[in-house]
Ligand binder design. Sequence first.
Ligand code: ZN
Length: 284
Amino acid sequence: MRLANVAGRLVSQEGADLVDVATASDGRFGPDPHDVLEHWSAFRAWAALRPPAGAAPPTPAGAGPPVPRPVQVFGIGLNYADHAGESGMALPSRPMVFPKFASCVTGPELLVLPSQTVDWEVELVVVIGRTARHVAATDAWSYVAGLTIGQDISDREVQFAGGASSQFGLGKSLPGFGPTGPWLVTPDELSDPDDLEIGCSLNGSQVQHSRTRHLIFTVPALIAHLSQHLPLRPGDLIFTGTPAGVGFGRDPAVYLRPGDELVSTIEGLGSLVTRVAPDLRSGS
Ligand code: ZN
């Protein structure tokens, strides 16, 4: 199943069509995208009788975040060895967890830069589909509603102010710093949800490229770890970490500029386009 949030209403892809879930279900599910996450198994049972999704379509006009109001948004730092290397940091012995405050979550929307030290991080994002507590890694995929694309946008000056790891939550949670979407794709649509090509381009040049099989802590390992400490709830998001190729690891460092276009792509999940707002002061 491939779902999107279009103008605040949940739509499902059926063949080449986008179907309004509330209308198609006679009001049983939706229209709020969160409604189905609260009734995920019943929704899946209903959806199983509907026509299947076809080939991956382009981003629907008016798409917003697939999960607009998550309660908890987790970020995982240094979860690809090549990114830990470019960051000059040791590999973590357990998942490095930080919050992305939920107010930063957006869809494929315009990003307004708050400073000149804003960086990109393409990431696979997990959407939780049912309450998970003390879950074993072998069962963890059954707690996942689906996957989407995310950008863990980061203001490096804010993030690293006052010490190497002290401000991750703040520096990665400024307004618009959590672009997600455009699709929520259920794992059964993917040939191998543990090994997806992931990449991102800046103004048409590829800057990041890897595969999710290189995650140090896999999706099941992250769900097992987090759920040992606290309950994960329907609609919670896990940004699983970024591969090498971010801007601050370059020499000289590269940061987002007004008018840039960032395209984040994950195999089977489509592409998430993030346009950076032009600098209105300079008129560029
Ligand atoms: Zn990240």
